[in-house]
Design a binder for this molecule. Sequence first.
Ligand code: ZN
Length: 180
Amino acid sequence: MKALFIVDLQNDFCPWGALPTPKGDVIIPVLNKIMDKFDLVLASKDWHPEDSIHFQKWPKHCVQNTKGADFPDGLNTEKIKKVFLKGTGNKDDGYSAFEATNENLAEFLRKNNVDELYVTGLTAEYCVKQTVLDSLKNGFKTFVIKDGVEGIYQNEGDVENAFKEMEQAGAILITSNDLK
Ligand SMILES: [Zn+2]
């Protein structure tokens, strides 16, 4: 079974948020369009406590139960069957969705007979990349839908380098047009 996984598409990572990607919102219509092609749609959320050592590295973002941690308006959330919460402790970066604390993602995927994971979301350089690398380590056939991913672009080339690193680790890079 194939599952679509949406990493951290939350207000604070959108252009209007506290830790913005310059154009993270362009992926919203892409994801809305492809959801129907999947048996199962899952998502992760960065879900930090008010105080976290994570905020020594990053501006404060995605605090639990705040507007910044919500999905952006415009994303069709009806199809999202489960949300995996990560970065929930105050010493916890939680870049990878496989570090979710409310549910073990690898076990959940195995229990639901998911063997192909199609990863999208924010941000390419951090949480998408770490989720993809962990997915591969856990033995799932892992695809990255490139036009369903956006990045922070702290430095030029960061997003392309992240894609390269994922591909070298075994991920299959595709675009939404490749989906049947
Ligand atoms: Zn975070």
